[in-house]
Design a protein. Structure first.
Length: 84
């Protein structure tokens, strides 16, 4: 059971919640599921470029550089430290 707990994303802390816009908060779960910009854009009836722009803004706000870093942040946590 403890192993399965690592498969559940942790909620963002209050500080990170405040950094993200409402759109970014809606898209974040899709980023962590590995969905492409095109797949997300089809779901939200916008262009892949719009989704890509949101993704570009989310990463620095959460102190990550890639989807891999984002997944580490969401599933394992890092006590608020930037991921190198």
């Amino acid at each position: 059971a403890q192993h399965a707990l690592h498969l559940v994303p942790k909620p963002l802390d209050e500080q990170h919640q405040q950094l993200l816009t409402q759109h970014e908060k809606k898209l974040l779960p899709y980023f962590t599921q590995g969905k492409s910009d095109k797949e997300i854009a089809e779901k939200f009836y916008c262009s892949p470029g719009t989704v890509h722009t949101h993704r570009k803004h989310v990463y620095p706000k959460l102190g990550v550089h890639s989807i891999k870093d984002l997944l580490i942040r969401m599933f394992i946590g890092d006590d608020g430290k930037k991921i190198p």
